[in-house]
Design a protein. Structure first.
Length: 306
């Protein structure tokens, strides 16, 4: 990108800027090589400034939140990674109409709203990640997901335009949204929740959180469910049934607690995780004729958006 390109911009207008930043510091798997640039805006204005620079310099880019549901290549990511962290995480609740920025942690949001007696976010009580990533993936559990509560989302498109997009135009489906094809960033979300019996709502959220704590291996670095469930089957059961629970390659292991999780048991590389993914996928295909599709996003060195 060149020294001349760098000096033409005041990077202080972008937020926190880091060069050659190891992404293992920014993913829940604790895996990932360096990003050429990692920018953490603290406001929508700083985000817009960074996007103008990205567009002017024709740089590949992508956005991350808390780095869950993400496997970054050992060689890292070319171009710019925009991180929506805790500085872009304001939330307002106006009698159940909740406007929340993308960096807000999903578990915290579910906990606060449920504690205050607002129903609808109980399902998210144990889901790691941030609001922006949850909208991007249409995160869900226990029969509900983000599409059930979101009324509209503020989307920043690759050309720098920003627009509130209503729910019906978000292209929501099982663990997906139009953002995955349009390469848009969810900057903020507006949710509609109904106030109900506080104790009942909060207990349901806590029960979901406790269920995840007991059945999923969060004691080791991981990224959540690796494969989408090929309904009506469940990926974890298929992998367990063919005897791969606990299987180890390098520093990565198919969890002994839940076979749809791969955990980092000691300095795992992306290549270790990818080898386990291929082992599980090919074994399930041979045994059941089912093609497992990954739920985690796999990011190669040159697969940043552009």
């Amino acid at each position: 990108m060149g020294q001349e390109a760098e000096s033409a911009w005041d990077f202080e207008d972008f937020g926190k800027v880091m060069k050659d930043e190891p992404l293992e510091k920014h993913t829940t798997w604790k895996i990932g090589g360096p990003a050429d640039w990692l920018i953490e805006p603290t406001s929508v204005e700083e985000l817009t400034n960074a996007m103008k620079w990205i567009q002017e310099e024709h740089l590949p880019w992508r956005a991350i939140g808390r780095g869950s549901n993400l496997l970054v290549d050992d060689e890292g990511i070319e171009g710019v990674v925009l991180k929506f962290g805790t500085k872009l995480a304001n939330m307002e609740n106006d009698n159940g109409t909740v406007t929340v920025e993308a960096g807000y942690p999903l578990v915290r949001l579910a906990t606060i709203l449920s504690r205050d007696g607002y129903g609808g976010m109980e399902f998210a009580g144990g889901i790691p990640g941030s609001v922006g990533g949850a909208v991007f993936m249409n995160a869900g559990a226990h029969g509900s997901d983000m599409s059930k509560v979101l009324t509209e989302a503020l989307i920043l498109f690759p050309d720098g335009t920003m627009e509130w997009i209503p729910n019906e135009e978000m292209g929501f489906a099982y663990r997906t949204s139009r953002l995955q094809s349009d390469k848009g960033i969810c900057v903020a979300a507006r949710l509609k929740l109904e106030q109900g019996e506080r104790d009942v709502i909060f207990k349901e959220m806590q029960d979901y959180k406790e269920y995840r704590r007991e059945t999923q291996p969060w004691a080791h670095p991981c990224a959540g469910s690796v494969f989408r469930n090929p309904l009506p089957d469940h990926a974890g059961e298929l992998i367990e049934n063919i005897g791969l629970k606990g299987h180890v390659i390098g520093g990565a292991q198919i969890s002994e607690l839940h076979a749809n999780f791969i955990v980092n048991i000691g300095n795992a590389k992306a290549s270790d995780v990818l080898a386990l993914i291929e082992k599980a996928r090919s074994s399930v295909k041979d045994a059941y004729g089912i093609d497992l599709e990954t739920e985690v996003e796999i990011v190669k060195r040159r697969s940043a958006d552009s």
